[in-house]
Design a protein around this ligand. Structure first.
Ligand code: ADP
Ligand code: NI
Length: 222
């Protein structure tokens, strides 16, 4: 159920976030939110999560990311103010902020997501990082940092330190091993895991072909 959250608030929230992120160039653009909202809605329906909370958390989830706003604290304060100003009850906005705060910890190393609504939004956000769209986002982000798509001379790093993250060193291909290929085993919900497994196979097939092309091996197959 949408409980206490009205359709009016949901569409005002969508307009606000769309405006805020339309020209965002960090991989957190409006269309990422658009996809996450649609996935989260469907997962919420299947898992029986409260859809109003899920929708608002999905819409606002990247507005506390320090790639998008000056600081996480400032982003959280801005979201809280918006929700209060639009008459979202305290019990509801507290739940929404809790989800966003938990999501904002890097790489899933933070606190576990305890509510079903949070688990649904986290699954949706992770699903948008994998599969065909995830591949596109990775190369796009990587290009914005001026990094190589792949470097056979570099050892594959399966873990990166916080310092390495801050410097954004690495290649797009390394990012698959360090993060994207691990996401399917971190899904919270059954439906999320099923969809993640499909998208995971897309990435595996992609990488297999990528390495064949790298060495020109696909030519021998003709
Ligand atoms: P979100 O919080 O929406 O999951 P992130 O801030 O973690 O997104 O990253 C945004 C996009 O950029 C994601 O698709 C992610 O996989 C990609 N990305 C993040 N870090 C790197 C990196 N070091 N190299 C390549 N792509 C990256
Ligand atoms: Ni996101």
């Amino acid at each position: 159920s949408k409980a206490g959250i009205s359709e009016t608030v949901l569409s005002e929230a969508e307009a606000f976030v769309r405006q805020r992120l339309l020209n965002e160039g960090t991989g957190h653009d409006w269309w990422h939110i658009y996809r996450v909202v649609r996935l989260a809605d469907k997962l919420a329906e299947r898992e029986g999560a409260e859809t109003g909370i899920v929708r608002l958390a999905a819409l606002f989830h990247d507005l506390a990311d320090d790639k998008v706003v000056a600081s996480k604290e400032q982003g959280m304060a801005e979201i809280a103010a918006w929700l209060e100003d639009h008459g979202v009850g305290e019990r509801d906005w507290e739940r929404i902020l809790e989800i966003i705060a938990t999501l904002s910890f890097r790489g899933g190393g933070g606190a576990p997501m305890t509510t079903l609504e949070g688990q649904v939004v986290q699954d949706a956000d992770r699903l948008d990082a994998i599969g065909a769209v995830g591949i596109a986002r990775t190369f796009s982000y990587n290009g914005s940092k001026g990094n190589l798509i792949y470097d056979p001379g570099l050892p594959v790093r399966e873990t990166m330190t916080e310092a390495q993250y801050r410097q954004e060193r690495g290649t797009a291909v390394n990012h698959f091993y360090e993060k994207l290929l691990k996401l399917k085993d971190r899904m919270n919900t059954a439906y999320g895991r099923e969809l993640a497994e499909k998208r995971h196979r897309v990435m595996e097939q992609y990488l297999e072909q990528f390495f064949r092309e790298w060495e020109g091996e696909d030519l021998q197959e003709l």
